[in-house]
Design a protein around this ligand. Structure first.
Ligand SMILES: Nc1ncnc2c1ncn2[C@@H]1O[C@H](COP(=O)(O)OP(=O)(O)OP(=O)(O)O)[C@@H](O)[C@H]1O
Length: 590
């Protein structure tokens, strides 16, 4: 075991030791029940020698009562073992999942830049599940297996050392078979399970991209992929099953060999008078008890490898050190004056995506930020929410450097309406309340009326109580943004940042959004990242960003008169819109 593995095992054990009481209880139960399981063969031996062969009927009833008592106690212990082992496993998993979820929730946003969400989810769900096997199979069985093997050998030695030594001849081949076939069998089953995973990935990709597949006539290609993966899984399972039959039948053979040795060599000893019949009866019982524990112990190494790999992935999450610092200044509210003072920003420390931004947004003012794709608009608002810190320069809100404010406070007083609205599980009402869970239904309806979106929501199948998942499939990005606007308004923020949704917006929704934004901005400082430039007409000022720098600044009229970058962007967008309308008219005319 190298240093890293040793460290992981220690961490793993410390996770289990958190549930010390459960662990101790379980170990006591396992030890007692394993020791109890060694007694019946011994009693059988005594019964044969002392009562059956000498024909002493009077002893049979007490023996039967002792036997029955042991069986009942074992049964109770077995039930308790099941209960405590599942409690221990589930509690360890519960603790791990909670720690991971909490860490991921509070991780700095930059942590997610190079992460695949599917992978993180798999760490919380799949990796923790594979740990569960380790807790029960690994830790608990190892104790009972060792006690069983040592106990069985000890008991046999106590009964007859010579016969025991002869029987132990079968032990080395048993270990070899468990190591060779058993290990291969488990690996083959693992590969087979992975091949089923491949099948599910292909199916998922096929059905989620079904329209793309049909439009490219790609049915044959995907079906070939599916057939290949499917056949591959057949081969894997057959191989695993062959190894399984080889393994189990070989182990069975060796176990029977031990019985043959007991009967033939033991029988010889009985005939020559050096061994009793009862001892033979006890030996026959004991020799069948080796195979299971030996196989368990050998497979433990394999199990440990899988578990440690999973545990490593779990700990990578638990030990994330990029956590949002939530200390700092909090107040009742903000006035809402924002100053960017020579702000430079780089994601990677070398390339600047914002260069020397100087900007003052007065309290109650609404400004539009526009610019070509990739100019740095989103990066600018990310800095205001303290998702990232400026690389150089500073940002002030109400004259105080924002790094002095508590992130939680800033995000309470600044509402952010993203371009893509995420609808949570629940109703539309609950989704709007995500901005303020304690709000009443009436409060939500009041806000939506103020925003001018009440009748839009009422038109949904069950109005405010429409299931968001169901509605989400039918709502356009713009319609979803209306819900996000209501969510933001309900929080009564001092500053609003809105990244306007630009795709899938019809004229009616555009008008609704325009009005809702206007209502939302009343009495607050507003920053709108505008994609449809007609929206900028209603803003107090327009900031044009190009390649990370402020290229132009002014009112709509001023910028149009200047005939600079804004004018070009606007004309090309208007031109495209006119062309779209012209094309539509031509299409209708045809
Ligand atoms: N998380 C990130 N890590 C590294 N680089 C990033 C990250 N987000 C954005 N960038 C880069 O920063 C630059 C500015 O991106 P930003 O998203 O701020 O532009 P934008 O003007 O909002 O663009 P769009 O209108 O397309 O949303 C781009 O070159 C982009 O590739």
């Amino acid at each position: 075991m190298d240093g890293d593995t040793f460290l992981l095992v220690r961490k793993f054990l410390s996770e289990i030791l958190i549930e010390k009481k459960l662990l101790i209880m379980l170990l006591v139960i396992v030890i007692i029940s394993t020791l109890l399981s060694l007694i019946p063969p011994y009693i059988i031996g005594i019964t044969v020698d002392r009562y059956i062969i000498p024909r002493r009927i009077e002893g049979l009833i007490p023996i039967a009562i002792i036997f029955l008592t042991i069986m009942i106690v074992s049964w109770i212990l077995q039930v308790l073992r099941g209960y405590y082992s599942s409690m221990l496993t589930e509690k360890v998993l519960y603790n791990l999942r909670l720690k991971m979820y909490d860490k991921l929730l509070h991780a700095h946003i930059s942590f997610y830049n190079d992460k695949h969400i599917g992978d993180l989810v798999s760490r919380i769900i799949n990796d923790t599940s594979s740990i569960s096997q380790a807790v029960v199979l690994g830790l608990i069985n190892i104790v009972s297996d060792i006690i069983t093997i040592v106990g069985v050998i000890g008991a046999m030695m106590f009964l007859d050392i010579g016969l025991t030594l002869v029987i132990l001849i079968t032990l080395p081949p048993m270990i070899v078979i468990a190591r060779v076939f058993g290990t291969r069998m488990r690996r083959a089953f693992r590969s087979a399970r992975i091949s089923i995973g491949d099948l599910s990935t292909i199916s998922e990709e096929t059905f989620s991209g079904i329209s793309a597949i049909k439009s490219f006539n790609a049915e044959k290609a995907v079906s070939e992929r599916f057939i290949e993966a499917s056949w591959n899984s057949v081969k894997m399972f057959v191989k695993a099953s062959i190894l399984a039959s080889l393994f189990w039948s070989s182990m069975g053979l060796l176990s029977t060999l031990s019985t043959i040795i007991v009967i033939s060599y033991g029988g010889y000893l009985v005939i020559t008078g050096s061994l009793s019949m009862g001892i033979i009866a006890a030996f026959i019982q004991y020799v069948g008890r080796f195979t299971g524990p030996i196989n368990d112990l050998i497979s433990m190494y394999d199990q440990l490898q899988i578990v440690l790999a999973s545990f490593e992935r779990i700990y990578e999450v638990i030990e994330i050190d990029r956590i949002d610092d939530l200390s700092g200044l909090s107040k009742d509210s903000l006035n809402g004056e924002i100053v960017f003072d020579h702000v430079w920003f780089s994601y990677n420390g070398s390339e600047y995506v914002l260069k020397d931004i100087n900007l003052v947004v007065k309290r109650g003012e609404t400004i539009a930020i526009v610019g070509p794709s990739g100019a740095g608009k989103t990066s600018l608002v990310n800095l205001l929410l303290r998702f990232y810190e400026p690389t150089k320069g500073r940002i002030l809100i109400d004259g105080i450097d924002i790094t002095k404010y508590c992130r939680k406070f800033l995000r309470q007083r600044i509402s952010y309406v993203p371009q893509e609205t995420y609808l949570f599980t629940g109703t539309i009402m609950e989704n709007i309340k995500a901005g303020k869970p304690e709000a009443s239904d009436d409060e939500v309806i009041e806000i939506c009326k103020k925003l001018g979106i009440h009748s839009f929501i009422e038109r949904l199948p069950k109005g405010y109580y429409t299931d968001a998942g169901e509605a989400g499939k039918r709502l356009s990005a713009g319609e979803k943004q209306l819900i996000a606007i209501a969510r933001a308004m309900l929080r009564n923020p001092d500053i609003v940042i809105l990244d306007e949704a630009m795709s899938n917006i019809d004229a009616e929704t555009e008008e609704l959004i325009r009005k809702a934004i206007k209502n939302l901005m009343i009495g607050r400082t507003g920053i709108i990242v505008a994609h449809r430039l007609t929206l900028t007409k209603e803003c107090n000022r327009i900031i044009v960003i190009d390649n990370g720098r402020i290229a132009e600044e002014g009112s709509f009229e001023e910028l149009m008169n200047r005939r600079g970058l804004f004018y070009k962007l606007y004309m090309s967008q208007v031109g495209e819109e006119e062309k779209r309308l012209r094309d539509m008219n031509t299409y209708i005319a045809i």
